[in-house]
Write a protein that binds this ligand. Structure first.
Ligand SMILES: Cc1cc2nc3c(=O)[nH]c(=O)nc-3n(C[C@H](O)[C@H](O)[C@H](O)COP(=O)(O)OP(=O)(O)OC[C@H]3O[C@@H](n4cnc5c(N)ncnc54)[C@H](O)[C@@H]3O)c2cc1C
Length: 803
């Protein structure tokens, strides 16, 4: 066996083999995969092998399309059959909500270049005569869907990887992973030790155990899963053509032809986590005891949908475990806080996703960044709150919701209150409706009282609409207060803090007491952050950013820190706080601090360390609402005092607490984008308009690429649009059309309450990014007129926040 490798991949399931294939194909030949048993010994061998493109995240859908299209290539390169049946498949809606959902999926598919079309129920019955079409109201057809042979795929990846120069060893369990001082890893097996620059945990069912070898606790959980295979069905025996595949959303079921019978799989209504305390090392090519009572109800429904199933005998019932992550999506990438340790775990639909996972991970390792935004799969979207217990609770929830729709205004109930602040009970008493972001409960909006604090999931405007209108009005006319514990706070201290920030940030780094906005770019010029940079003093900087992206940014900062004399810490949990905004915000602030906060003494974009409400605070003059506003950051133990003081002193000023939904509305009418939606690595500074903050007079990461793009001009641009709607607003991912052709998609939007308009932000070709350009946006299957605007609808000159 080798003694050195660039990369060692631990685990020869479909995911590990795909990564090995992609690394070798892209030129890293010196890569080795170690498998404890035979290839495909974990969950991969007993998969149902059904393949489809639909996913909650558009980029994952795109990668699923890539995965399916890759099968021909790995078959050709390896000479090993993947057993592909490209039958096409239906997504079947049995009620109006599901039909609405499919209309939204269809809209997404337009710009993803996926070829999905609604077909009539007569067409469903023609293509699949065993389905009872009366059970459904609509069907979306995807010609890419079908099925593959799971073992065939896994071997084809591995053999194709060998053809490209990589190697793999079976019956070689990894028993230890030890990191050397230079950051490389000694990967220990009974056959010898390989020193590797990087290691990849692709341990699938044993991802947790492989993680623990390096002290990593992964929040993933294997779940039991059933599918059954029927005896031959005469109607199928009589056919020459293979039946299409299908997904029945209400039944949380998938089905396809298997031999001359059918395969029907279902995600049980009450899921069973398997081996919660760890996957036994002795578990091999085994299945679990079927629990027919767990799936009986779903089978009944299956029999209604496909009556021939009831008449057919059951040949086989498979109950096998496979691994889920907390939100049902894969967890891939370099692990924050670790060096040269990568994961590709929680890939729960390996035969739809492993190709995309392998592609992105290989690009990331070789080029330093993937070619598309992989946020929805990035392991850094979770933090330390995502404990193993949390993983089990959330994986169970996601398993049960596998094909269940989540409405745009819906929050999932399990694993909640993982992190709360001292205001949780106070704000609950005020009627807060909570959402969780990065494990922390944050108020979304406020009802009149706790009994009234509930949401009704819908694709249309919800009952929260009028409450949010009231919050926006308070901010625009009096003063509003919002908890800001959920913002990320990164601290940089030391003699080279400024030099470092000048290197990683594309914008200007402010002088002491001042704040600036800055994009952060990747070497390829893609956005990697839009951050607020504050200078507390020459050697002490506070960077404020997206709370959910805090570990992603921490990882990025730590990767760049080598060689700089800088102390970095992610202080997000150490600084909580409250922001106040509105025309009466200065009056309120002046009542709770001894400082002179007049407009001359404390200017827009000033920052200082002082006392507010009698407690130590970092006070900034900033607001994401577009109003005169202040963000007051305090240590968690001072937050209650700050809150009480603000409530007491703000009462006669009409103070009202507002939540994240109102903040999103306030920023929309200022045409401001947000991280993870409008700003993300799919876009560049010039495309997003954040290039206005670039300081071209210095060197910074991504400058060459950004310069080249600015010389040439971007092909597309982020625009704000007014949308002519009635009782519905965009959420995100809707197609934008010009003369019937899809030209872009919505990145965010909603109702702009104080200006009374429905709005959307999205990227369109530059020639359409002109004020007054008439476009259309497809919302739930209907086309709505949209008009590009080039100035914010509220306070276009920005006087309110500056004066
Ligand atoms: C019943 C069932 C039906 C399914 N149906 C579908 C479907 O229709 N479509 C679909 O896309 N997906 C389906 N799946 C999911 C799919 O099987 C998984 O997504 C996929 O197998 C995950 O692959 P993996 O490589 O991550 O993990 P695994 O297949 O579990 O591979 C991990 C590998 O790592 C090895 N390993 C572990 N520890 C070590 C160590 N210390 N040293 C060396 N090697 C180690 C293991 O032996 C194993 O081979 C199904 C799963 C089940 C259980």
């Amino acid at each position: 066996m080798e003694t050195h490798a660039k990369v060692v991949i631990i685990g020869g399931g479909v995911v590990g083999c795909s990564i090995l294939f992609h690394l070798a194909k892209f030129g890293w030949k010196d890569c080795v995969l170690l498998e404890r048993n035979e290839l495909a010994s974990g969950s991969s061998w007993h998969a149902a092998g059904q393949i489809h493109t639909i996913s909650s995240d558009p980029n994952i859908s795109r990668l699923q399309g890539y995965t399916i299209n890759l099968y021909k290539e790995i078959e050709a390169v390896s000479g090993h059959s993947v057993g592909m049946h490209n039958t096409g498949g239906f997504y079947l809606a049995s009620n109006q909500d599901w039909y609405d959902y499919l209309k939204r999926e269809r809209s997404k598919a337009r710009y993803m270049g996926l070829d999905q079309e609604f077909i009539s129920l007569e067409e469903v019955a023609r293509l699949h005569p065993l389905i009872d079409p009366k059970q459904y109201v609509a069907a979306l057809w995807d010609p890419l869907d079908g099925d593959v042979d799971p073992s065939g795929v896994t071997y084809a990846y591995a053999k194709a990887a060998r053809v490209h120069g990589a190697s793999y060893h079976t019956h070689t369990p990894v028993i230890e992973t030890r990191q050397r001082a230079d950051g490389s890893w000694d990967v220990v097996t009974e056959k010898g030790t390989i020193n590797a620059e990087h290691i990849v945990n692709a341990g699938g069912l044993w991802a947790r155990e492989v993680g623990l070898l390096s002290g990593l606790h992964l929040p993933v959980q294997p779940m039991e899963h059933h599918y059954l295979i029927t005896d031959a069905i005469p109607e199928i025996e009589a056919r020459d053509e293979r039946l299409p595949a299908g997904i029945d959303y209400e039944g949380n079921m998938y089905f396809r032809q298997e031999g001359k019978g059918m395969l029907l799989g279902t995600y049980e209504p009450v899921a069973t986590p398997w081996s919660v305390n760890g996957t036994p090392q002795s578990f091999g090519h085994e299945l679990l005891e079927p629990q027919l009572d767990h799936i009986a109800e779903r089978l009944e429904l299956g029999f209604q949908r496909i009556p021939a199933l009831e008449r057919a005998g059951i040949k086989d019932i498979i109950n096998g475990p496979f691994t889920f992550g907390p939100d049902g999506n894969p967890m891939i990438g370099p692990v924050p806080g670790m060096r040269n340790y990568w994961t590709a775990v929680a890939v729960m639909a390996g035969f739809c996703q492993a190709g995309g996972v392998g592609l992105c991970l290989a690009e990331w390792m070789i080029n330093g960044e993937p070619s598309i935004d992989v946020w929805a799969m990035d392991i850094a979207r979770f933090g330390d709150y995502a404990s193993p217990d949390y993983g089990t609770i959330k994986s169970t929830e996601n398993y049960e919701r596998r094909f269940i729709l989540t409405f745009p205004n819906e929050t999932l109930p399990r694993g909640r209150c993982q992190k709360t602040t001292s205001l949780y009970d106070r704000l609950s008493a005020r009627g807060a409706v909570w959402g969780d972001a990065f494990g922390l409960e944050s108020a979304l909006w406020f009802a009149n009282d706790p009994e009234d604090a509930f949401e009704e999931p819908t694709f249309r405007r919800s009952r929260a609409h009028d409450y949010i209108a009231g919050e926006v009005k308070a901010v625009r006319e009096n003063v509003g207060a919002i908890e800001i514990a959920n913002f990320a706070k990164h601290r940089f201290r030391g003699p080279e803090a400024r030099v470092f920030l000048d290197h990683v940030m594309a914008g200007s780094i402010p002088g002491p007491g001042r704040i600036s906005l800055s994009p952060m770019l990747t070497p390829k010029g893609k956005l990697y952050g839009d951050l607020t940079v504050a200078c507390l003093d020459q050697q002490d900087f506070l960077i404020l950013g997206s709370g959910v992206a805090q570990e992603m940014h921490r990882r990025w900062f730590e990767q760049q820190l080598a060689g700089f004399e800088v102390m970095y810490s992610n202080d997000s949990s150490q600084l909580h706080g409250i922001a106040i905004a509105g025309p009466k915000a200065r009056e309120l602030l002046s009542r709770i601090t001894r400082d002179d906060v007049s407009s001359e003494a404390f200017r827009f974009r000033d920052i200082r360390q002082t006392f507010v409400a009698g407690v130590p605070a970092i006070l900034t003059r900033l607001s994401f609402s577009g109003e005169l506003g202040y963000e007051i950051y305090v240590a968690p133990e001072y937050q209650l005092k700050l809150y009480q003081t603000i409530v007491e002193q703000g009462e006669d000023l009409g103070i009202k607490f507002y939540g994240a939904r109102a903040l999103m509305s306030l920023r929309l009418e200022k045409n401001w984008g947000v991280w993870t939606l409008d700003f993300r690595p799919d876009f560049s500074a010039a495309e997003s308009g954040l290039d206005v903050f670039i300081n071209w007079d210095k060197d910074f990461i991504g400058k060459q690429a950004a310069l080249a793009e600015s010389k040439q001009g971007p092909a597309k641009r982020l625009v704000a649009m007014i949308v002519e709607t009635d009782d519905i607003d965009v959420s995100n991912d809707e197609a934008i059309l010009k003369d019937g052709e899809c030209v872009g998609y919505v990145t965010s939007g909603g109702y702009a309450h104080s200006v009374g308009q429905s709005m959307a932000l999205g990227y369109v070709p530059v020639e359409l990014a002109q004020a007054e350009t008439a476009l259309e946006i497809e919302i739930m299957g209907d086309m709505y007129a949209a008009r590009v605007i080039d100035k914010p609808l509220y306070d276009p000159a920005g006087n309110k926040m500056r004066n």
